[in-house]
Design a protein around this ligand. Structure first.
Ligand code: CP
Ligand code: NVA
Length: 309
């Protein structure tokens, strides 16, 4: 059994194996309907427990479909409906009980520590479905999407992030080290990635490129990523933050600094960080990006359950 909490802690070769498996599985079920099971039903009889402490559309639905297509099932909990959420039961007792009922546990939470605590007491794998410092299932799936669309290994591409230094960017930075791709970041001075993640990059003898001018960050990019300026439960002065990001909006003008074939990706949900014509335009691949969460998470589940081919 393996946990899937932070890309930083997972060996590159395992991440690559997950992507390779996802590609094969996606190709081999082209003729199957959404709820039909992959050949061999590798997770037949297994149940994934999902718990959300924050809203979710994509993560919830894509994990539901992922485990279903592998022959298993899922149950979704909201923490405020449990004794845990009301403060009446400890993480350790909750984790032990979940381990007796389920085969895997996916958690979306506002606390990185909570995931670590669950990890300590669970005897089943835990998957991070978004935490303050990480959104690993999203970003691994995004690496898959980039390679699927460009038909190139991501290590050969210039990847650019225009936007806030949040959980998705932290995972993208981890991916840039694990998959050896060039990552340029465009953000205001006061919203640059934190010291901890920057030091981790240095320790791994890699570099990320940070610009406070979005044009410089976008220059020569093959892929431009973005995310909302205000994340879920972001405790900031929203007006001030949105003002600080004003000149970082992704529009036609900014895209013109990127390479001709540059694609646009966004994990969704979106705010005003990208113009409508870019988001819905030819260069945008956001819908297939959302769909690919299903395919990559299937291989993540197999990895966690020790069943990756
Ligand atoms: N991208 C993503 O994780 O979306 P949800 O918040 O809807 O799950
Ligand atoms: N950075 C966003 C991602 C949502 C999928 C958030 O944490 O709200």
């Amino acid at each position: 059994m393996k946990h899937f909490v932070n890309l930083k802690d997972i060996p590159s070769k395992d991440l690559r194996k997950i992507i390779t498996d996802a590609k094969k599985r996606k190709n081999s079920r082209k003729k199957l309907n959404t709820l039909e099971t992959d050949k061999g039903a590798p997770l037949k009889g297994k149940i994934l427990i999902q718990m959300f402490e924050k809203p979710s559309l994509r993560t919830r639905m894509s994990f539901y479909l992922a485990i279903k297509q592998l022959g298993g099932g899922t149950v979704t909990l909201r923490s405020n409906e449990l004794h845990l959420g009301q403060g009446g039961e400890s993480i350790s007792d909750t984790a032990k009980v979940l381990s007796t009922y389920g085969d895997g546990f996916m958690l979306r939470t506002d606390s990185d520590k909570k995931i670590e605590d669950f990890k300590k007491y669970l005897s089943i794998p835990v998957i991070n479905g978004l935490s303050p410092s990480s959104h690993p299932t999203q970003v691994l799936s995004d690496v898959f999407t980039v390679e699927e669309i460009t038909k190139k290994p991501i290590s050969k591409l210039n990847i650019c992030w225009i936007g806030d230094s949040n959980n998705v960017l932290d995972s993208l930075i981890a991916a840039s080290v694990k998959f050896s791709f060039k990552l340029s970041i465009g953000c205001p001075k006061n919203f640059e990635p934190g010291k901890e993640v920057r030091n981790w990059v240095k320790k791994n003898k890699r570099k990320i490129y940070i610009y406070n001018d979005p044009k410089k960050a976008a220059s020569g990019a093959d892929v431009i990523f973005s995310d909302k300026v205000i994340s879920l439960n972001d405790k900031v002065n929203k007006k001030k933050k949105i003002q600080a990001f004003k000149k970082f909006k992704i529009d036609k003008k900014l895209m013109s600094f990127a390479n001709k074939d540059c694609i646009f990706l966004h994990c969704l949900p979106r705010g005003n960080e990208v113009s409508e014509d870019i988001f819905l335009g030819k260069k945008s691949h956001v819908w297939v990006q959302a769909l690919n969460r299903v395919h990559v998470q299937k291989s993540i589940l197999l990895y966690c359950f020790g069943k990756l081919r």
